[in-house]
Design a protein. Sequence first.
Length: 117
Amino acid sequence: MSEISLYLDEDVRVLLAEVLRSRGYHATHVLDVKRTGRSDAEQLAHAAKNGMAILTHNIRDYIVLNKDYQVAEKNHFGIIISEQLPFNELLRRTLKCLSANSKESLKNNLIWLQDYR
């Protein structure tokens, strides 16, 4: 079972990537790789190309992108979506999600962080 690499979208606080890395997780924020201002489709394509699941608060657009990937039979390494939450709650749910899944179980799946309360 391989480790999940997480790519945090522009609307997710940079602090989450920093805290996740301090706890031993592989987490990259779009700011880390100078990819701010890119479209959601470009962000997901970057994550997929690099074997990373993406975490975003942009629920509506990523639901559509997930469907587009399914129709086109394209692979991604997971889309984790969440409403805006206080930081500590977002961190808690993200950690719970990461510990409950593998890279393989996230592949091509849309994951609701609300399921990890």
